[in-house]
Design a protein around this ligand. Structure first.
Ligand SMILES: [Zn+2]
Length: 297
């Protein structure tokens, strides 16, 4: 199974970024700009030093902050406990204002105006689930970003081609879905370059973004991304579909937590993704009805 659940080694900079993002979200919510208001890139709010609303235990505003906190706590612990289970990853974005070489930090939100969101689909391609998801995306006219694992691309190049031909974005998700924070620099470079090679061979396009398996970023991983000119992409809405919590749990999480700028994490690879497919068939028309526009990361 797979999930991009976060193993333990986040860096200080990541924690700071997450904390800053969570506080910024809370502050925005307190200022009455909850859902619907443009949510800016967390990286735009440098430090949690400004006046911040006290954490609220309930819904909307705290959801992203909670998600961030959960990553640093429970989910990482869960990921460690279930080392056999793959974990989902993060998204990347390149909206206006995003300059990977300037910040060097992963992108958690799009910065492309109100009601613009991104759907990211990780760990494929899968001969079983990727075609089902492509069919849904086609039905609703939605574009998505697929974080592909290199060895899966090598095994199913025609599916990767189909994804690219449908106008979706394919990004690098390592060769074997490795936790790069546990590897030596040469192995990190090998994981990333082999995946880019496989994607390039299958689709004739070179990935320009990278999502770390398990959202496991480190200064070394980010430096490698910078060297390879890959923008690091994380996510902001994680319904933990990889853990198969039930279709309604997935849909409720997405509908409750999505707002302008959200990068939603889902999975087509790494295990049985029937719940993910069912959840997408439910949330895609509803998000469109709410006025959201999908773009690639
Ligand atoms: Zn993953």
């Amino acid at each position: 199974m797979t999930s991009d659940h976060r193993p333990g080694k986040a860096t200080v900079s990541r924690r700071v970024l997450l904390a800053a993002g969570g506080l910024a979200l809370l502050g925005e919510f307190a200022a009455g700009k909850g859902r619907g208001g443009p949510l800016r890139d967390r990286a735009a709010s440098p430090k949690p030093s400004g006046p911040a609303a006290p954490p609220r235990p309930d819904r909307a505003a705290s959801a992203d902050a909670r998600a961030a906190a959960a990553r640093s706590q429970n989910e990482r612990a869960a990921a460690r406990a279930s080392a056999a289970s793959p974990a989902p990853d993060a998204a990347h974005g390149s909206g206006p204002g995003y300059t990977p070489t300037a910040s060097g930090q992963p992108m958690y939100y799009l910065d492309d105006g109100p009601m613009v969101i991104a759907l990211t689909i990780d760990d494929g391609p899968s001969p079983v689930y990727t075609p089902q998801i492509l069919s849904l995306l086609r039905r609703y006219g939605v574009v998505a970003t697929f974080s592909m694992v290199g060895e899966n691309v090598a095994a199913h190049p025609a599916i990767a081609r189909e994804v690219a031909a449908a106008g979706h974005l394919i990004i690098n998700h390592t060769w074997t879905h490795a936790n790069l924070t546990e590897l030596a620099p040469a192995a990190v470079a090998d994981q990333i370059s082999r995946a880019s090679d496989a994607i390039g061979e299958a689709t004739r396009t070179t990935p320009v973004m990278f999502r770390a398996p398990y959202g496991a970023w480190s200064p070394a991983v980010l430096a490698q991304c910078q060297q390879m000119r890959l923008a690091p992409l994380d996510w902001s809405v994680d319904p933990r579909d990889w853990a198969r919590p039930g279709v309604s749990a997935i849909t409720t999480n997405i509908m409750r937590n999505t707002r302008s700028g959200s990068i939603i994490l889902e999975h087509d690879g790494g295990g049985n993704r029937a719940q993910t497919v069912a959840a997408l068939s439910y949330v895609l028309p509803r998000l469109l009805d709410e006025g959201y526009h999908f773009r690639t990361a």
